[in-house]
Design a protein around this ligand. Structure first.
Ligand SMILES: [Zn+2]
Length: 205
C-alpha cells in the first residue's frame, strides 16, 4: 500500500489543478483503492455533492464546513483522501492532514498558492512544507498567451482591482483570470506587496 504520502497540486486559477486531482483519483479507483473526495462548502463551483473541474469532469465529493470535519467524513478503510481547494480551510488543516498521513493514508490535495494580491493564500505555505511531493502547474496567460501564467488576476467590470478593494463587490461584475508575472496588475500597491516579501526574509532584531 502506498501510504504516508501527501501530494500537493498548486498554481493559479485555470491551471488544471482539479483536473489533475480527478485524474489521480480515477487511477486510484481503477487500482481498487478506497478513496474519499472532499471539498469545502465555500467552493461555489460545485453542485450538490460533486466536485466539478472547469472541463466538466465531476466526481462524488463530501462537503465539509471546516478542517476538523474532514476527520468525521473519512474512516479507517480509506486509503486515499483527496481534498480540493485547500486554500479555503482554517488553521486546523495542517494538523488534520498530518494526522491522516501519520495514520498511513495517502492525501492528494489542490490549492491556489497565491491570492489575487499575489500573496500566500491561507495555510498553503505550511501545507507546501508538509507535502512529500508538489506539482506547481502554470496556466495560459489570458492577456499575452504565455504558457507561464502563475498569478490570478482579479477584475471588476474587466478592470484590474487594487489590493484595498472589498472582498465582495456588490453589483460589480467580478471575474478572475490567469496571468503571467509580466501581465499581472495590482494598481497602486506593487511596492507595498514587495515590502511584505522582503520583511519575511529579514532576520534578526
Ligand atoms: Zn502575459
Amino acid at each position: 500500500m502506498q501510504g504516508y504520502i501527501f501530494e500537493l497540486i498548486t498554481g493559479p486559477m485555470g491551471c488544471g489543478k482539479t483536473e489533475e486531482l480527478l485524474r489521480r483519483v480515477r487511477r486510484t479507483i481503477i487500482a481498487k483503492k478506497k478513496v474519499t473526495v472532499i471539498s469545502p462548502e465555500i467552493d461555489t463551483r460545485a453542485h450538490g455533492d460533486y466536485i466539478e473541474s472547469r472541463n466538466g469532469l465531476w466526481l462524488d465529493a463530501k462537503k465539509v464546513k471546516n478542517a476538523a470535519q474532514i476527520l468525521t467524513v473519512t474512516n479507517d478503510e480509506d486509503e486515499i483522501i483527496a481534498i480540493d481547494e485547500l486554500q479555503f480551510f482554517d488553521e486546523n488543516i495542517v494538523k488534520v492532514i498530518s494526522k491522516l498521513i501519520d495514520s498511513g493514508k495517502k492525501v492528494i490535495g489542490t490549492g491556489l498558492d497565491l491570492d489575487f494580491k499575489a500573496e500566500p493564500f491561507g495555510y498553503m505555505p505550511e501545507l507546501m512544507c508538509l507535502a512529500t511531493k508538489i506539482d506547481k502547474l502554470a496556466a495560459v496567460c489570458m492577456k499575452c498567451g504565455s504558457e507561464n501564467a502563475t498569478r490570478t488576476q482579479r477584475l471588476v467590470d474587466g478592470q484590474p482591482v487594487d489590493k484595498n478593494s472589498p472582498l465582495i463587490m456588490i453589483g460589480g461584475n467580478e471575474t478572475y483570470e490567469a496571468r503571467c508575472m509580466k501581465c499581472y496588475e495590482l494598481p497602486d500597491c506593487k511596492s507595498e506587496s514587495r515590502k511584505r516579501e522582503f520583511k519575511l526574509l529579514h532576520f534578526g532584531a
